[in-house]
Structures are given as structure tokens and as C-alpha cells.
Ligand binder design. Structure first.
Ligand code: ZN
Length: 469
């Protein structure tokens, strides 16, 4: 008689959930099981098959849950904006938004403000089911931010505010040599890409970088095996600026400088032409689509955006929520909802960006944009144990008849009950396990009021509370 197969000891078995794997075949197991050991997923499959293979230390009854991979937010400013959320009036045009409002607000942050800000952003992401993010490259105090993020337990890639062309608020002024020095220094200190929170060479992008700085950032990424991140072409200003300076559009010029590669992720990419899409596809460059920013800052994504064409051409389009004065929330479910809906209306074509594709953008495409496609983005044995349980005992989850439609059109972060990152349960029963959120929210309110006061910017609230606050 053959021996009974040896049971694999595991830390946690989620048993009997609807398991949305996002694996190659997009298998959904209902009921399904997911087994976690250390920081890895050990087994995924039909519930009885997984149960028969493992000896768990802890069993989570999955009957109440839909299990998915953690979402990946590929463009978010974790400093500068979480503490000033919504202070910028919603009727400011793009240039005024960035240079009159955002730059002074960023500049008014001190080191402790940035630490609190990063924790607030991470708390909002984790509590709404995002387990990994790509920061926008606008941090000033990288050590404090990395420290705060490590404490809270999220996965992320961050970078310092780096640019060398005007306009420059005083605290961000830097020569080309200083800017390159900042990139090298953050990689020296936080460059280990095996760490949960690590640095990438990032530049602010747009028209704020010299050719020398672009080349240096791309060179460091290639040399050290990291990604590279920047902003490009949310509005008409970047194509106009590149055409005026170099006689060619941004992607054409960046391709020549060696910036476009399969390690590069650019945010926005709204104002691009067909030749630029072809270059993005050929170089394997990812585009972080931020639908809410486009809506609120009036980029024109529904009129001239070519997100469906990029996807059609094979460009890896992921999703981001951007800063909290453009998109005033950090719940990626809401961005996925917009990604699925906007172009259906814009093109008057309901076949545009189906729910399943929108969810791929929020998971698999995000993982690829972070250069972590072998580690995260799906629930598969060997990948990192980054797992989200959505609570089916909520009105928006009932009845459950089509899980892809439910995830994209019905659910959002409110139904996220539990979250694991690297096998550590960082959200349990709607609460963060790693930090005291009550204390964080109090510190964030106080710090936010102090930052806007220091910025010297006017209070433009149309509804001003009686009592002053
Ligand atoms: Zn941004």
C-alpha cells in the first residue's frame, strides 16, 4: 500500500472561500482554499484538495469571504498630499494646481510630517485592499518615510523628489550633480529590492529634468536592477515642452535617451500619439492610468486619451490613484471602477475595458509595473502571501452571481475584512494590527492643519464652518 502523502505544515489555511486566483487561466475556486506559510503562498485550489494537502496552524473559515490578491496602486503620492487632502480647490487648472498650490504644500512638510503622511496613505491603502504601491517620486525625507512604511507593513517602492530644471521652490532646488547624488544615495541606503519597502531611482519627470539627469536615472535603474518611475504627458504641456526644446514628442525623445524600457513606469500618458504608443509597446514600458486625476484636473482622458488603444497594442497599463488633491482617495477599487466605465461612455461602446480586464490592471499589470510580476499580483503557489478577504456579509456583495462584476462595479474598499502582506495579517476584522490608527488620525489632523498654515496659502473653502475649523 502506498504511504499517505505527507501533509505540508502551514501557518494559515483560508478554507472554503470564493478564491479569485488571477492565475494564467484566471481560475476561480468556489469553494476554494489558500494556504500560507511564512511569507509565501503554498497551495491554492479547490477547498477539499488544499485541505487534504496541508496541516495548518490556524484555519480561517472562508465561507464568509471572497479571497483575491492584494491590489497594486502604481501611482500615489504618499507625502505632500495625504495631510493636505482636499485643501486645493477643485476649480484650479492644471498649472495653477501644481505650481501655485501643490509645490508650496509639499514644501511646508517637515520630516515627521512626511512619516505621518506615509503612514496615513498606507493605512488607507491596506484597509481598502491595496498591498503594494509605487510612490510618485516626490518624497523629501526618504529614511523617515521608509521607516514609517516598514512599521505599518505595506509593500512599496519609493523615491526622492528629484529634478534639476526650473521652476523650483527653494527646498527642492538642486543642481544636476546634486539630483544624481540623491538618486545614488537613496539606492545606497534602500536599494535592496528584496526588501518589502525599497527605493527606485525616480524623477519628477514632465519637463523638469535635463537630458543628463534622465540618462543617469535610467543608467542607475539598469545597473542596479531596479525600476524607474516618472510623470509624463497628463496634459498638453509636456508634448509642447518637448517639441519646443527637442523638436520631438516626449516618448520619441525618451526612447533615444534610453529611458523607455521594460523597467520604466510612467504616470498618466494621456496626451500621447500613435507613434508614442508604438514606442511604449516596443520597449515594454508600463503606463499608470490615474482616471480620477484625469477627471478632477480636467486632462481630457475621455476625449483624447488612448488607454484602450494602449491595451490593444499590448502596453502594460496599470492603475493609480495619484495625490489626494487630485484624486482625494487612495482606494484602488474606485479607480478600477472608473477604468472599466469611462471608455464605455466615451466611445459609446460597452465592450471597452471589461471588468475582468480592469481587475487585471489593478493586480497583474500593477505587479508588472513594479517589476514584481514573479512575486505578487496573483494567488499562486510560490508567490508572496499578499492576500485580501472581502466580506460577503455586506449589502454590496449580495447576491454573489458574477464575481468579476462584483469586484469592479459593486465592491470597494469598505468590504475589505482582512489583509495579509508577506504572510503577516496586517488587517483583521477591518482594523490595522500594526499601528494604533486612532493615534495616527489625531496626529495627521494636527499635522495637516499645521502644514496648510505654514504654506501661507489662502483658505478657499466655499463652505466655511461657523466656529472656524
Ligand atoms: Zn503624480
Amino acid at each position: 500500500m502506498p504511504d499517505a502523502p505527507e501533509l505540508i505544515p502551514v501557518d494559515t489555511l483560508v478554507d472554503g472561500a470564493v478564491v479569485v486566483t488571477m492565475n494564467e487561466q484566471r481560475e476561480v475556486f468556489a469553494p476554494g482554499g489558500v494556504a500560507l506559510s511564512g511569507d509565501r503562498i503554498v497551495a491554492v485550489g479547490p477547498a477539499d484538495a488544499v485541505r487534504a494537502r496541508v496541516r495548518p496552524r490556524e484555519v480561517v473559515d472562508g465561507a464568509r469571504f471572497v479571497a483575491t490578491p492584494g491590489l497594486v496602486n502604481t501611482h500615489i503620492h504618499v507625502t505632500g498630499e495625504p495631510l493636505t487632502r482636499g485643501y486645493v480647490p477643485d476649480d484650479t487648472p492644471f498649472e495653477e494646481n501644481v505650481f501655485v498650490w501643490l509645490c508650496p504644500l509639499y514644501a511646508a512638510h517637515g520630516e515627521e510630517d512626511e512619516r505621518i503622511s506615509a503612514q496615513l496613505a498606507a493605512a488607507e491603502m491596506l484597509l481598502s485592499g491595496t498591498t503594494a504601491f509605487l510612490e510618485a517620486g516626490t518624497v523629501r525625507f526618504v529614511d523617515a518615510v521608509v521607516d514609517g512604511l516598514c512599521e505599518i507593513g505595506i509593500r512599496g517602492r519609493v523615491g526622492r523628489w528629484v529634478w534639476d530644471l526650473p521652476p523650483e521652490p527653494e527646498v527642492y532646488r538642486q543642481t544636476t550633480a546634486e539630483a544624481i547624488g540623491h538618486l545614488e544615495e537613496e539606492l545606497d541606503r534602500h536599494g535592496d529590492q528584496r526588501a518589502r519597502v525599497a527605493a527606485w531611482p525616480m524623477v519628477v519627470g514632465h519637463t523638469t529634468c535635463s537630458e543628463e539627469l534622465w540618462r543617469a536615472a535610467a543608467g542607475l535603474a539598469a545597473e542596479q536592477g531596479t525600476g524607474l518611475n516618472f510623470h509624463m504627458s497628463p496634459a498638453h504641456l509636456d508634448p509642447e515642452g518637448f517639441l519646443a526644446a527637442y523638436g520631438e514628442r516626449p516618448m520619441v525623445h525618451l526612447a533615444k535617451l534610453g529611458v523607455l524600457s521594460d523597467r520604466a513606469t510612467l504616470a498618466h500618458g494621456v496626451h500621447v500619439d500613435d507613434e508614442e504608443i508604438e514606442l511604449l509597446a516596443r520597449h515594454g514600458t508600463s503606463v499608470a492610468h490615474c482616471p480620477t486625476t484625469a477627471l478632477k484636473v480636467a486632462y481630457g482622458v475621455t476625449q483624447i486619451g488612448k488607454i484602450p488603444e494602449m491595451l490593444e497594442r499590448g502596453v502594460n497599463v496599470s492603475l493609480g490613484t495619484d495625490g489626494n488633491n487630485a484624486s482625494n482617495y487612495s482606494d484602488l477599487h474606485r479607480a478600477a471602477y472608473l477604468a472599466a466605465g469611462l471608455f464605455k461612455d466615451a466611445r459609446r461602446d460597452p465592450t471597452m475595458i471589461p471588468a475582468e480586464l480592469a481587475y487585471e490592471m489593478a493586480t497583474l499589470h500593477g505587479a508588472r509595473a513594479l517589476c514584481l510580476q514573479d512575486e505578487i499580483g496573483s494567488l499562486e503557489p510560490g508567490k508572496k502571501a499578499d492576500l485580501v478577504l472581502h466580506d460577503r456579509r455586506r449589502p454590496e456583495w449580495v447576491p454573489l452571481l458574477n464575481v468579476a462584476n462584483q469586484l469592479v462595479y459593486s465592491a470597494d474598499g469598505r468590504g475589505v475584512h482582512s489583509v495579509w502582506v508577506d504572510g503577516r495579517r496586517v488587517v483583521d476584522d477591518y482594523r490595522l494590527t500594526t499601528i494604533d490608527t486612532g493615534a495616527l488620525y489625531e496626529r495627521a489632523q494636527t499635522a495637516g492643519e499645521a502644514v496648510v498654515a505654514r504654506s501661507g496659502l489662502p483658505d478657499r473653502r466655499r463652505w466655511r464652518p461657523i466656529g472656524g475649523r
